[in-house]
Design a protein around this ligand. Structure first.
Ligand SMILES: Cc1cc2nc3c(=O)[nH]c(=O)nc-3n(C[C@H](O)[C@H](O)[C@H](O)COP(=O)(O)OP(=O)(O)OC[C@H]3O[C@@H](n4cnc5c(N)ncnc54)[C@H](O)[C@@H]3O)c2cc1C
Length: 304
């Protein structure tokens, strides 16, 4: 089906102004590169997500979910079909003794809200720049904490548009993975189980983690965070550093000199530069240490 037909068909299903066609995704991803979406939809209700998902399913149109774009690289040829961006669903609150947050809420904001509510457990997430949906998808974690430790349940829709509540023990948690990688579900809402805490202690812990992050990570440049998963018993950054790769460039992409586990968009990099550099790093580390680095970041979309 062509782009204009998809666009026209979706118009009555969503709030006015929330659809675009042939839209650049560059400013919607942290690396600030990549191509266009055929159709970009930013729904404002769960029902709109259900309608878009049902439409895509019925017409066999690819549907890609985008949160805050902090763990994806979009290839330069862009994404065919519909890209559903969740950022307009950002509500949160307390209900039934649980902290709930909608899929497009930033996990940093949820962590800040937990502090306001004097609840402890989400301090680890105070610097992770993703949404709630993206954090569940990859079991985001930092400094000893992970989403799986504090999640009670998630409200999701399945491929038939059915609303379901999945409890944490059904989510097949792994290191930077969960059941959501199967693509069977869209996360609509997360419910976190947190404990009452001392706000001064919660704040002190968040300040310390923020200091560690800012002093070690090249946050002044666009990037996707840690490019690689931690190989068993090793640290990807250390292997990259000891391979002498810091400062290596392809086009505008560069292995960070501040943190070897990061590749930064130093100067108008294309996705092709960035992906080429990822491959170069993998080859060099394999050659020197016989370790296969696996990407933590997801690479999606089409070549130019
Ligand atoms: C500077 C920097 C620092 C980072 N530090 C950390 C860190 O300390 N720890 C860590 O774990 N990660 C870190 N990350 C990576 C990233 O922030 C996390 O992986 C985050 O959870 C991704 O969320 P997102 O909303 O940006 O997801 P996106 O990048 O938009 O999407 C990632 C995947 O999640 C899927 N997805 C998104 N929303 C939904 C939904 N509602 N339902 C189903 N699937 C969905 C997407 O389809 C995609 O497959 C960092 C990234 C950066 C740029």
């Amino acid at each position: 089906m062509n782009i204009d037909n998809i666009y026209e068909d979706l118009q009555p299903l969503v709030t006015a102004g929330s659809l675009k066609r042939r839209e650049s995704l560059k400013n919607l991803v942290y690396t600030r590169m990549g191509g266009e979406a055929d159709v970009l939809a930013a729904p404002v209700t769960y029902e709109e997500i259900q309608s878009i998902s049902a439409y895509a399913h019925d017409h066999q149109i690819p549907l890609t979910i985008l949160g805050n774009g902090s763990n994806v690289i979009i290839r330069d040829g862009g994404i065919r079909g519909i890209v559903l961006q969740t950022s307009d669903l950002s509500g949160m609150g307390i209900r039934g003794g649980l902290l709930y947050a909608q899929c497009g809420a930033k996990i940093i904001d949820v962590s800040g809200y937990a502090l306001e509510q004097e609840l402890t457990g989400l301090e680890f997430a105070c610097g992770i720049p993703g949404t709630v949906g993206g954090a569940l998808y990859m079991n985001a974690g930092a400094y000893g904490g992970e989403v799986k430790d504090v999640l009670h349940s998630a409200l999701v829709i399945d491929q038939n548009g059915q609303l379901l509540t999945l409890h944490s023990d059904q989510l097949q948690w792994g290191y930077r993975s969960s059941i959501f990688a199967s693509g069977q579900y869209i996360v609509l809402e997360a419910r976190f189980k947190l404990l009452p805490g001392d706000p001064a202690a919660i704040k002190a812990s968040m300040d310390e983690l923020t200091y560690l992050r800012e002093s070690k990570q090249p946050l002044e440049y666009p990037s996707c965070g840690s490019v690689f998963k931690r190989p068993p018993g090793r640290f990807a950054g250390q292997l990259i550093q000891e391979s002498g790769l810091q400062g290596t460039r392809i086009g505008g992409a560069e292995v960070s000199r501040k943190h070897a586990g990061f590749i930064i968009n130093a100067d108008n990099a294309t996705a092709s530069d960035y992906i080429g550099l990822i491959q170069h790093v993998r080859t060099a580390v394999k050659h020197k240490f016989d370790v296969e680095l696996e990407t933590e970041v997801e690479i999606i979309g089409e070549e130019l």
